[in-house]
Design a protein around this ligand. Sequence first.
Ligand code: FEO
Length: 393
Amino acid sequence: MKQITNDIFYVGVNDRQKHLFENLWPLPSGVSYNSYLITDEKTVLIDTVEIAYVDLFLKKIEEVLNGRTLDYLIVNHSEPDHAGSIRILRQYYPNLQIVGNRLTFGMLAGYHSISDGLIEVKEGDTLTIGKHRLTFYMTPMVHWPEVMVTYDETDKVLFSADAFGTYGALDGGVFDAELNVEHYWEEMIRYYANIVGKYGNPVQKALQKLSLLDIQTICSTHGPVWRENIDMVVSIYDRLSRYEAAEGVTIIYGSMYGNTEQMAETIASAMAADGIKNIVMHNVSKSPASYILKDVFKYKGILIGSPTYSGSIFPKIDSILKMIELREVKNRLFGYFGSFTWAGAAVKRLATFNENMKWELAGDPVEMKQSINAETAEKCIKLGQAMAARFVN
Ligand code: FEO
């Protein structure tokens, strides 16, 4: 049993079994589904866990309650990784009152056939449960439309739903101070890029709203409870939601037989020769999209290369282009290159992509017929130098 404050307990679980979050995104170091229980004159649970862990979850709740009943469940977020255990929880505690907003209740009805024992809250409403007073703030689209956060003004704890979350199970500790948090920073960027990345403006609105609160502890639904690193996690979410990026270049390429790859290598060498150290190369056939998106959010420069495939672009490149378009990534420096054997199409698709993204072109695109020669290599070097010049004074 892990205590967050005198009256707040951690009752979440680690998932080290699932391979893919949302059946899409790899989880090499797992993920946690965080849930919190407040014991006051009333007992209040904030969010639940994925259904696969309901048995362990119920045992943790019972241990903290120590014979008391559960009075309220606050549903900050209805996605099944947090709401999956609601129906069984209700069967276990039939008098449980469920607190949510109008949109929450639509999802409760649709996913769990629950439509009674509900307490609807709106922006700024409060629930007093004894000495703790909880206030609700709507944070739509961080990451679903019904999302809200709950602020305990007594202990100055923010229950933030997915906001400030990260991949990575909790290896022993729960608080950031108990953990080596270094690996969470990259995982936080990857989580953001994969899950929340499309919703930069809603995240900005939420951050502005929450900046008015005195927050001493952040209890997210994924990853550590933040206490010592609050400024750090808020700044990461702020930077990512503004689409601000670090100095460096992500090269994303597809290559069937290594010819387009030689273009990528030539461009990368030219950038390195001009002093760029942060170069990340992703062979799209090997790198999971999850990690490619992480670096698209992380670095300012993006170079994409593709062979022509059946009169179109290489399918795996097309897929990553669509993922980037979906997330409406802004303010990147872009360059592109591609190849063909008898008729070019990939470079045309990359030009259309850039029209959609409205990114700034760092250098001239390079199109290659069949394999690299001195002339094509020179064009690739020029593209690399042009990108590097944007970063090196
Ligand atoms: Fe962790 Fe949007 O659910």
